[in-house]
Design a protein around this ligand. Structure first.
Ligand code: TIU
Length: 224
């Protein structure tokens, strides 16, 4: 067991039973012209999480630990897209419509895929999810159970939407979650701050918040 500095108190890290879960680092959210920008957001706010994730992912892979990736998106026939999600926001262009990187948030389209900097390697499960939480209508929990995973290091975007929803879902399923704050991003600075505070408040009601560099240092110390 390793100890990582964190709030509200140090995280007892058990690498053999931990997975890195990278949430929705997709072109549709991080690149100009995608779903995120279509919603009126400034994608540059999310791009600051790319490099810290790249460093953490490299160290995690070097340690030989389990990595998983998620993507938010829908079947090409949109059969799994709730009408409420389709029409929310009253945008002229919405999920399933043609966008600059293919059909917006549709599986198999370029914009739906993960950014090159964090592209999954063979053997790293990719979870395609129709909702905000990574456990809803996916096989994530089964895969984690089969691999004996009890702890999740959760990174990605956006902090208050898909990251927070996934951390809450994980919490109710019995996982300990550590969220490195430099590796998550929000379009809104105030939601970045509050999204993290909501996780670590009340004695760590949903988990721990720390720094990606401290996870890397723990991994490298463990292998030294
Ligand atoms: N809009 C927004 O902040 N997020 C999403 O729609 N999805 C994710 O957070 N992945």
């Amino acid at each position: 067991m390793l100890t990582i500095p964190a709030e509200p108190y140090p995280f007892a890290f058990d690498p053999a039973h931990a997975a890195l879960l990278i949430i929705d680092m997709q072109r549709d959210f991080l690149e100009p012209g995608g779903f995120g920008e279509m919603l009126g957001n400034d994608v540059s706010q999310l791009r600051r999480a790319i490099e810290p994730n790249r460093r953490l992912l490299a160290a995690w892979r070097a340690a030989g630990l389990m990595t998983m990736h998620t993507r938010e998106g829908h079947r090409p026939d949109l059969a799994d897209l709730p009408q409420a999600k389709k029409i929310r926001g009253r945008s002229a262009t919405s999920i399933g419509d043609a966008g600059p990187m293919g059909r917006i948030l549709v599986r198999g389209e370029p914009g739906h895929d993960i950014i090159a900097e964090l592209y999954p390697e063979p053997g790293e499960p990719v979870i395609d999810k129709p909702g905000k939480g990574a456990f809803f209508a996916t096989d994530l929990h089964a895969i984690l159970q089969n691999r004996g995973i009890a702890q999740l290091v959760v990174t990605g975007v956006t902090t208050e939407v898909c990251v927070n929803t996934t951390v809450r879902e994980a919490n109710d399923r019995g996982y300990d979650c550590f969220v490195p704050e430099d590796c998550v991003g929000s379009y809104f600075p105030e939601f970045q701050e509050m999204g993290l505070r909501m996780i670590k408040a009340q004695g760590g009601i949903f988990g721990w918040v720390g720094q990606g560099g401290d996870v890397i240092a723990a991994l490298q110390g463990a292998s030294a």
